[in-house]
Write a protein that binds this ligand. Structure first.
Ligand code: SF4
Length: 213
């Protein structure tokens, strides 16, 4: 069915129509819906930034953000697992080998708990005073390892159409070269309107997955 969703905020008032599958579905079947919402709102937010004279500096061939700690939802992780399982055997082996290499690097750096069973390993954060500071410290230590996302090739995303929402939402207006020294240089991350919009998109994602409360 077609669902009309209205997003309203201080700088946003937009109606988006999305096609939602009906009947019993897996949660991952709804990922195209959240991607469509995210794309619509991201485009609106970018247009608004550009109208205000701020240009998005992200460009093809710049994959600095793909070496950050990219936090995705469990459903998105499941969607990526399904996507990998459908790849031809050779390609699947390449991607799986990259994941295994990334896990090894993170274990060696003390960022993943080796003692936990595979598939249940948590990132290891240090307590540096507050939750926010500890998360920031974890993100900095992760980025210092420069572990590329297994889907990154030639500094471009090989699953662009199916990339997680955080990847779709991440944009900067500062010079792109600063992103490779994130934490040392200031980076103007996604515009405020974009963040607001995507919060709304996440809210609606939850609504679509869980139903109204
Ligand atoms: S999924 Fe694509 S955009 Fe997201 S981190 Fe990986 S390579 Fe980058």
């Amino acid at each position: 069915m077609t669902v009309r969703v209205r997003f309203r905020g201080p700088e946003l008032d937009r109606v988006v129509e999305v096609e939602v599958p009906v009947g019993p579905r897996k949660l991952t079947d709804l990922l195209p819906v959240t991607r469509a919402l995210s794309d619509e709102l991201t485009a609106a937010a970018i247009a608004s930034e550009e109208a205000a004279g701020r240009k998005i500096s992200c460009r093809a061939g710049c994959g600095a953000c793909c070496r950050q700690l990219v936090v995705i939802s469990v459903v998105e992780a499941q969607g990526l697992a399904e996507l990998v399982a459908k790849l031809p055997a050779e390609r699947q082996a390449t991607i799986r080998a990259r994941f295994a290499a990334a896990v090894r690097r993170l274990e060696e750096a003390g960022l993943l708990d080796r003692a936990a069973p595979p598939g249940q390993r948590n990132l290891v954060a240090r307590n540096v005073g507050s939750v926010e500071a500890s998360v920031q410290d974890l993100a900095r230590r992760y980025f210092a390892q420069r572990v590329a996302c297994p889907f990154l090739e030639n500094e471009s995303c090989t699953i662009y159409a199916e990339r997680p929402s955080v990847c779709r939402e991440y944009h900067v207006t500062s010079p792109a070269e600063r992103c490779s020294s994130l934490f040392d240089e200031s980076v103007d991350r996604e515009p405020r309107t974009l963040r607001q919009a995507c919060r709304s998109a996440k809210f609606h994602s939850r609504w679509l997955w869980n139903g109204p409360r």
